[in-house]
Write a protein that binds this ligand. Structure first.
Ligand SMILES: [Zn+2]
Length: 672
């Protein structure tokens, strides 16, 4: 009897306290019940068999695999789109790479250790042994140590002609220095991986290396571990003469980028689309980067298609589109060809490295916010569902309460190691969020992963429970965004307003701690404007929410004024900083569409005879251009960058815009 009462009470309490503010519990629980981390991990195991280099046979096999699964799972209009990858065809600002067809790559020592038939690298057993874009070769020659091998001084007093150079620097740069400029036959590289707190702790990692994807005259590069390289270095240092035999059957040649897509149709073609994005490429095994993201969005496709087909979830208003491209290049191609779809893209969910077991990979899952140039509701949607999943995982780990734990039967019971993170670059979300496209994106990504881009990024490092939780955050966010109508518009505006208040409070804290008064006022000003833009973005997704949004905008503005009043009280009156560039206004050339910096491709280098040295690079350069809208002046752009990303000199910003003007990317008016 007592039990019944408690159960009833629990029932009432549950009914009164929904699990999230955005989705009805019945819909959220349908998603959590269906999501499967073990299915996602199975997909990773399958994908990890393919060496998925852009425009290569391995990528093609992976694309066919994903397309077949997407059809099996009930997506509509599933197809693989081809985009010429011939080193010439351009897709907006991006010039395509060439394709690559590898068959064979074998490096052995024939002297002095010929008796033992020393095998150094074998592509058939380990795909990372041969650098991408290597070409056919058969040579027997000596090995010579050139240190990093990336600058002229590494070659002083050394004749590398007709030799294989042992080098630790960026392998494409070494190829240029040693092979193209000095006549070496090829490269034996121990280029280390990206820097993390564990760099150097894993001497047997073999990095996935790349020669230039534009150079048909590449010879070859083999990749080895630092342990192996140090053995060679000490033998060469003792004066040993080491003779190697290199055999490569591979060809850099025109091919096609392949992009897999499929949709779950919405009820209203005019209500826009929600994108699920990832990148399907990378080396074998490439489990976390990025079979995991490809598998997690496939799992979201499967569960959403199933729940909608069985009418467990109502058909959403907006179409949900799933895209599996080769990283960045494929997204650039897709957005170039489907310019008509871009205005319909209301939001994207991008997953790149989402399955790493932190005990093994040291990874933290980040729910990464949009850049300062693109304040958006998506950050708060991700926060709502991210907090729900995190909270469930925490209660399971700390209290043994598994009611919202989202644990895979084949995964761990561990707490989810995750955070909400300010904008970082490095994946296809850079393209969606670029100033030409402005598709706000929820970016889910592990960092670090000590095995990224190596032979040991294996499926064994993946936790099925983490994958399941990521799939839940993705599916719940995506389904909410796709189905949100007038009622949801109110809820979402409320979330953005409430969470925006927290962010504005943090900006005030930052302002009170700032050294300079102009900075202090700038922090609160930028935070306030950012929150107002985020509120307005709700009405872009859900036009019916406009009256609610307008009401909240006034309140948000009052909050900004209140912060300024607190600053005046505690720190003194506002003092203007240097505003000399406030009459200088850059405007973007509407014909130059897309990102200027795409891994191996640099738009400025390709369009200027010489690129003047500029101090702005990375996120600052990307965001500087994103903020160019023909209205903002250089000081306003500076102020936004300063508050979001730290120190930047106004003159450096102006210098960068002048270079962009030279390349025809922007025009500048009001120059003194
Ligand atoms: Zn990646």
């Amino acid at each position: 009897m007592k039990t019944v009462t408690i159960a009833l009470l629990a029932c009432i309490l549950t009914a009164q306290t929904p699990k999230t503010s955005l989705l009805p519990d019945a819909q959220l629980l349908a998603i959590t019940a269906e999501a499967s981390g073990s299915l996602a991990k199975d997909t990773i195991i399958d994908l990890a068999r393919f060496h998925r280099v852009h425009a290569s046979p391995g990528f093609h096999e992976a694309a066919e695999y994903i397309a077949a699964k997407a059809r099996e799972y009930g997506l509509e209009d599933v197809h693989i789109e081809l985009f010429p990858a011939d080193g010439k065809t351009t897709y907006n600002t991006f010039r395509s790479y060439l394709g690559w067809e590898p068959h064979f790559g074998h490096l052995v020592e024939i002297s002095p250790r010929s008796e033992r038939n020393e095998e150094i690298a074998d592509y058939s057993k380990q795909r990372t042994a041969l650098a991408d874009y290597s070409n056919i070769a058969f040579v027997i020659t000596e090995l010579i140590d050139v240190g990093a091998g990336t600058s002229a001084k590494d070659y002083e007093g050394k004749d590398v002609k007709y030799q294989i150079v042992l080098a630790g620097g960026d392998v494409a740069t070494v190829h240029r220095q040693a092979v193209e400029l000095r006549g070496a036959f090829g490269v034996l590289s121990y280029q280390p991986n990206q820097v993390t707190g564990w760099s150097g702790d894993y001497p047997d990692l073999v990095r996935w290396g790349h020669l230039s994807p534009y150079n048909e005259k590449n010879t070859f590069a083999f990749m080895i571990s630092s342990r192996r390289a140090h053995e060679f270095q000490s033998r060469l240092g003792r004066g040993d003469k080491i003779e190697l035999q290199a055999m490569v059957d591979a060809q850099i040649k025109p091919s096609n980028f392949e992009v897999v897509t499929g949709v779950i149709r919405g009820t209203d073609p005019d209500a826009g689309e929600i994108i699920f994005s990832c990148h399907l490429c990378h080396q074998k095994p490439g489990a976390n980067d990025n079979a995991s993201g490809a598998a997690a969005i496939l799992e979201d496709a499967r569960l959403l298609a199933l729940l909608i087909k069985t009418r467990t979830l109502p058909q959403p208003r907006r179409t949900i589109r799933f895209i599996w491209p080769p990283e960045i290049a494929g997204t650039m191609c897709y957005l170039a060809r489907h310019a008509d779809e871009i205005p319909k893209m209301r939001a994207a969910i991008h997953m790149d490295m989402v399955g790493g077991d932190p005990k093994i990979t040291k990874s933290i899952l980040h729910l990464t916010r949009t850049p300062a140039s693109l304040p958006s509701f998506v950050n708060d949607v991700a926060a709502v569902f991210g907090e729900y999943v995190l909270d469930g995982a925490r209660r399971a780990a700390m209290e043994g309460d598994f009611s919202d734990a989202n644990i895979s039967p084949e995964g761990s019971k561990d707490m989810l190691l995750a955070d909400f993170h300010d904008f970082t670059m490095g994946s296809d979300h850079d393209v969606y969020e670029e100033g030409s496209f402005r598709v706000p994106t929820i970016y889910m990504n592990d960092w670090p992963d000590v095995f990224i881009h190596t032979n040991l990024d294996t499926p064994d490092n993946m936790d099925a429970t983490k994958l399941q939780r990521v799939a839940v955050i993705g599916a719940a966010s995506g389904y909410f965004l796709a189905s949100a109508g007038a009622g949801e518009g109110k809820k979402l505006a409320g979330e953005v307003f409430a969470r925006g208040g927290q962010r504005q409070a943090r900006a005030l804290q930052q302002a009170l701690a700032a050294n300079l008064l102009p900075d202090a006022y700038n922090y609160v000003e930028q935070a306030g404007r950012g929150e107002q833009a985020a509120l307005q973005s709700v009405a872009q997704l859900i036009p019916e929410a406009k009256p609610v949004v307008d009401g909240l905008l006034a309140k948000s503005n009052a909050r900004l004024e209140e912060s300024k009043a607190v600053l005046a009280e505690l720190r003194g009156k506002q003092i203007r900083g240097d505003e000399t560039l406030s009459r200088v206004i850059p405007a973007r050339n509407p014909k130059v569409i897309g990102n200027l910096d795409v891994y191996y491709y640099d738009y400025l280098k390709d369009h200027l005879d010489t690129v003047p040295a500029v101090k702005l690079n990375g996120t600052l350069a990307y965001e500087a251009l994103n903020l160019v809208d023909g209205h903002r002046n250089v000081m306003e752009i500076h102020n936004t960058l300063r508050a979001a990303y730290g120190e930047v000199a106004p003159q450096d910003l102006l210098d960068y815009f002048k270079v962009l003007e030279k390349a025809g990317v922007v025009s500048i008016r009001g120059l003194p």
